[in-house]
Design a binder for this molecule. Structure first.
Ligand code: ASP
Length: 345
C-alpha cells in the first residue's frame, strides 16, 4: 500500500514548495501584469527566450509554445521527442502531441502519428482547421499529408541501435503482464527512458496556451498512447486560471487527469508549485499496484508537472527531485522542481 502522506512528509512538501516560490524572483502579486512568461521541461531551456520573443511580437501563446518545441522535435539527439525519438516495440517511431489555446478554449491533438517529425504543428492544424480535437494513426497521417507536411523516416541510426539492443536483451523487461504470473506481483516493472517536452506560455495580456509533444515511452507496445496527446492529461489550459502540462510516466498522468487537475487546483487558489504538488500527492495516493511501488510505499516512477497561473506565477513539481526550465523576469533559467519525495527509497 502507498505510504500515507504523514504530517512530517507534508511539512517537507510544503517547505519544498515554499523554497521554490521564494527562489523565484518573479512572483507578481496584486494583479500586476508581468511580461511574457513560460515554463517547460528542462529540454525546453534553449527555447524559452524564443517563446517570450514570439509572444512579445504578438504571436498567441499556443503558437509560441509550438514554435518553442520545434527545435527539440527536430533534434536527433533528443531521443524522447520527434525526429530521433526511440521507437515502439516493433522499431517504429510514433509521435503524440497536443495543443490548447486559452483565449478560444480550443484544443487539437494527434496520436500515433508516423513519419512526420513535427506533430505539434499537425496538432495546431487539427485545432484550427477541423472541428475535432484528436486524430490518430493513419487518419492523422492522411490529415498531415493533406496539409503538406513532409514524410520522412524518423528512426535515426542511434535510436535503431538502442532499440535493437533492447530487443536483444529485453526478456521480461517489456510492458506485457502474464496473468498466470499473478499479474501485479509477479511482474518486475522496469522504468524505461522517457522524456517529452511540454511548454506552457502566458503573454503580457494574461492569455495562456500550452503544447506537449513526445515520441512516448521507449519500446512501448504498438498502439500505446501516453498522456502527451490527451487534453487534460499531458496538457491543459483554462484561460481564466492557468496552464499545466506533464512529463514522465504517462499512465499515471492519464489516470489522474493530471494537467486538468493541476489547473483546477490553481483555480481553487493554489500557487502553480503547490498545485503541481497537490496533483502528485493524489497520484501517489492513487498508486496502489505493488509493481509500481517501492518497498516504502512510494511510487517507483518519475512524474513532473509544470504550471503557470493567470497572474503569471510559474512553478513545477515532481515525484522525485528534478529540474525544469522557465522564462521569468530575469530571463530563461533552469530551476529545481519542488519534489514530493526527496529520495527514491
Ligand atoms: N509522458 C510521456 C508518455 O507517457 C513520456 C515522457 O514524458 O517521457 O508517453
Amino acid at each position: 500500500m502507498p505510504r500515507p502522506v504523514t504530517r512530517r512528509s507534508f511539512l517537507k512538501i510544503s517547505a519544498a514548495g515554499a523554497a521554490t516560490t521564494a527562489s523565484c524572483a518573479y512572483a507578481p502579486r496584486g494583479g500586476r501584469k508581468p511580461g511574457p512568461v513560460a515554463v517547460s521541461s528542462r529540454n525546453g531551456l534553449n527555447s524559452m527566450e524564443l517563446v517570450g520573443e514570439k509572444m512579445a511580437a504578438g504571436l498567441p501563446p499556443v503558437d509560441a509554445a509550438v514554435l518553442g518545441v520545434e527545435p527539440v522535435e527536430n533534434d536527433p539527439n533528443d531521443t524522447s521527442v520527434g525526429y530521433g525519438g526511440l521507437p515502439n516495440e516493433d522499431g517504429v517511431v510514433t509521435l503524440d502531441s497536443c495543443v490548447m489555446d486559452g483565449p478560444s478554449g480550443l484544443a487539437g491533438a494527434v496520436a500515433h502519428l508516423e513519419n512526420v517529425k513535427n506533430p505539434a504543428q499537425v496538432a495546431l492544424k487539427v485545432m484550427r482547421r477541423t472541428d475535432h480535437v484528436l486524430l490518430v494513426g493513419a487518419g492523422a497521417l492522411e490529415f498531415a499529408r493533406a496539409h503538406g507536411f513532409r514524410e520522412e523516416n524518423l528512426l535515426t541510426e542511434r535510436a535503431r541501435k538502442r532499440w535493437l539492443r533492447w530487443k536483444e536483451q529485453h526478456s521480461g523487461k517489456d510492458d506485457w503482464i502474464d496473468p498466470t504470473d499473478n499479474g501485479d506481483y509477479g511482474k518486475e516493472w522496469i522504468e524505461r527512458p522517457t522524456g517529452t517536452i511540454h511548454i506552457g506560455a502566458r503573454n503580457a495580456a494574461g492569455d495562456l496556451g500550452g503544447c506537449t509533444t513526445t515520441s512516448g515511452l521507449a519500446f512501448k507496445i504498438p498502439g500505446r498512447v501516453g498522456d502527451s496527446p490527451l487534453i487534460g492529461c499531458g496538457n491543459y489550459c483554462d484561460n481564466d486560471h492557468g496552464v499545466a502540462g506533464a512529463t514522465g510516466r504517462g499512465e499515471a498522468a492519464i489516470i489522474a487527469n493530471g494537467a486538468a487537475r493541476t489547473v483546477r487546483y490553481m483555480a481553487e487558489g493554489m500557487s502553480p508549485t503547490d498545485a503541481c504538488l497537490a496533483t502528485l500527492r493524489d497520484v501517489a495516493r492513487m498508486t496502489r499496484t505493488a509493481r509500481l511501488l517501492r518497498a516504502s510505499g512510494q511510487p517507483d516512477f518519475q512524474l513532473k508537472f509544470y504550471a503557470i497561473n493567470k497572474a503569471g506565477d510559474v512553478g513545477a513539481g515532481s515525484m522525485y527531485p528534478s529540474k525544469y526550465a522557465r522564462l521569468v523576469a530575469n530571463g530563461a533559467e533552469l530551476a529545481d522542481t519542488a519534489a514530493l519525495f526527496e529520495e527514491r527509497n
